[in-house]
Design a protein around this ligand. Structure first.
Ligand code: 9D3
Length: 238
């Protein structure tokens, strides 16, 4: 799978190839990453990629042309790498909040012959004409303000890559929280007693029927307490 990122800060993305599951999958060749810096396509001596918003207002807006050059370069690279299609996602504070079902669908597309291009917003946003001409969907990672799209893009890549064949044992992805619309229950490891706190006795009982039922009750209770929205059938994003 090929992922191309358009960002003013390409070095941020090295964490994905340096740590954890995403690193291991990258080393195995499960996915590849290319970064495209709009500044390298700027035409003036100052390498300008942003300008003041028409109509006034605070801050700066990313200019359309350097972003377009990046996406076109990324698309050529993906085609040369064997991709049949390119799906362009803008990470934007005004995008649709990311959910598990969308992550799985993107992973399925990327595991086929669809390359992903992730465009990271900065400043106040991106020239809308670029969005209309190039962007297939706009994604946010939640209702809070980040300084730009980079950390959101990294979260998206991490979430997608772990679904690719070979990144994880199949059953661990299947059993994960959100796949079944509820939170995980609590986990415990050694020692059996830590600072006066004992592990729940049922987990030491060896009775796997009891353990499974207890875990389900715990997960359900935690979901009711912390995320009652997940239990409401009609708003579930599955
Ligand atoms: C919605 C807030 N905007 C109007 C005042 C200002 C603004 C805030 C944050 C404009 C750009 C940004 C930068 N954020 C992102 O690019 C971003 C983001 C986010 O802030 N939160 C959650 N997901 C994402 S994805 C990209």
């Amino acid at each position: 799978m090929q992922i191309d990122v358009v960002s003013l800060f390409p070095p941020m993305f090295s964490v994905l190839t340096q740590y954890g599951i995403s690193r291991r999958a990258h080393e195995l060749g499960t996915w590849q990453l290319n970064c495209w810096d709009p500044r390298s396509f700027a035409t003036d001596v100052h390498r300008t990629v942003d300008d003041r918003p028409f109509g006034g207002g605070p801050g700066m807006v990313l200019m359309a042309e350097p972003l377009a050059q990046c996406v076109e370069a990324a698309r050529r690279s993906q085609q040369a790498g064997g991709c049949e299609r390119t799906h362009v996602i803008a990470l934007s504070a005004s995008g649709v909040p990311l959910v598990d079902a969308r992550v799985r669908a993107l992973a399925a597309a990327a595991a086929g012959r669809t390359g992903l291009v992730l465009v990271c917003g900065r400043y106040e946003g991106i020239d809308q004409r670029f969005v209309e001409a190039f962007v297939d969907e706009e994604i946010s990672i939640g209702d809070f303000v980040l300084s730009g799209g980079e950390i959101a893009a990294m979260a998206l890549i991490d979430a997608v890559v772990r679904h690719l064949p070979g990144a994880l044992k199949a059953e661990s992805v299947q059993e994960e929280s959100f796949a079944d619309g509820r939170l995980d229950g609590p986990q415990f490891t050694r020692p059996e007693t830590w600072r006066g706190r004992a592990v729940p006795a049922v987990l030491l009982s060896g009775n796997h029927g009891h353990i499974a039922r207890w875990r389900e009750e715990q997960a359900l209770a935690r979901t009711r307490r912390l995320r009652p929205d997940l239990l409401q059938e009609d708003v579930r994003s599955k």
